[in-house]
Design a protein around this ligand. Structure first.
Ligand SMILES: [Zn+2]
Length: 337
């Protein structure tokens, strides 16, 4: 009772103080908790996270792409951690003494992207950095498809689509727990012409608007589709929109998926090598004709698959055991501050 009453008086005092001093309090809090908030990441205090110096390439990533973050200033024996939104970053040391991670920019972001870097073992020791973003210019397409795919789905169909989306999302969440399974750059699943690029806006039958969240490759029914990199097949099924699908978990949050197949050539649980045929081009699901719809995800963030090819084209150091065995839960627990 006494505690509650003092707590009430105390909180009343705080409210008054906050009203009077809100701008100063906010400035103080952001300076104390989020130092340094600078693009260059100069150290502004002696805290461990403040000494981490991030850099990134490209200089201004485009929304809807993967890019590379590098961190210097990591103490010997320490492993930097980080996150963008709720997605953990998986840093590995490279030969120059820097630590590198792939990082996603959600397509809905604009102007800047907040990255939080944390020193392992010190959950409150975090620094926030703003990465400037380039502006994305994605084109608009108008398509006509069979009416059953364009109307509002009935309850049962909506439930089916939700279940299918949840199963795909579960593959993405699990990929953060999987160690990195690849050591060579990602490669395109087909060498054929790209018929629709990532990010374009789509109007179906003039009513439904959506974004094309993958890359379409041309192909006749039966043409081979190859795994973009080494990974474990997590999902093989027939979805309403995606038709016959294959989802591959490459580890450290990366997933690629292959849609509209006429035939699967792998089973759930298979470990596949880069370039291995995982299925054949088809016209199953919501399509206007046979093609491959190729998806790349970092956790829950769908990115331009071409940016996955670009971001992994540079030589990448093999992951250290400390990084490759870090679980999603451990990483998340460290960010609860
Ligand atoms: Zn597509």
């Amino acid at each position: 009772m006494g505690f509650a009453s003092s707590a009430f008086r105390f909180s009343g005092l705080i409210v008054t103080l906050v009203r009077l001093l809100a701008p100063c309090v906010l400035a103080f809090l952001s300076a104390a908790l989020l130092t340094p908030r600078t693009a260059a990441g100069q150290a502004a205090s002696t805290a461990c996270a403040a000494r981490l110096q991030p850099s990134w390439s490209p200089d201004a990533p485009v929304p809807g792409t993967l890019f590379t973050i590098r961190v210097r200033g990591v103490e010997p024996g320490a492993t930097p951690q980080g996150r963008i939104g709720s997605e953990p970053l998986h840093f590995s040391p490279d030969s120059s003494g820097e630590w590198r991670a792939l990082a996603p920019v959600p397509i809905a972001e604009s102007r800047s992207l907040a990255v939080i870097l944390t020193c392992a073992g010190a959950p409150v020791d975090s620094a926030l950095h703003d990465i400037p973003l380039a502006s994305a210019t994605y084109p608009l397409e108008r398509l006509t498809v069979a009416p059953r795919f364009s109307g509002k789905p009935d309850t049962a169909l909506a439930a089916r689509q939700r279940r299918e989306a949840q199963r795909a999302a579960a593959v993405s969440a699990r990929a953060h727990e999987t160690p990195r399974l690849w050591t060579t750059p990602f490669s395109a699943p087909r060498t054929s012409r790209i018929t629709s690029t990532f990010g374009s806006g789509r109007q179906f039958n003039g009513t439904v608007t959506s974004r094309h969240m993958g890359t379409d490759y041309a192909g006749a029914v039966g043409a081979p589709i190859r795994a973009a990199n080494r990974g474990v097949v997590r999902l093989v099924d027939r979805f309403f929109l995606g038709g016959n699908v294959v989802y591959i978990d490459h580890g450290e949050g990366l997933v690629t998926a292959y849609l509209h197949l006429s035939k699967h050539r792998v089973a759930e649980g298979d470990t596949v090598q880069r370039g291995q045929v995982v299925g054949e081009v088809g016209a199953t699901g919501r399509v206007t004709g046979p093609h491959l719809h190729w998806i790349a995800r970092y956790g829950a963030v769908t990115v331009d698959p071409q940016s996955l090819l670009r971001a992994t084209s540079a030589p990448t150091a093999a992951p250290t055991p400390a990084t490759s065995t870090r679980s999603f839960l451990e990483a998340t627990a460290a960010y609860m501050w």
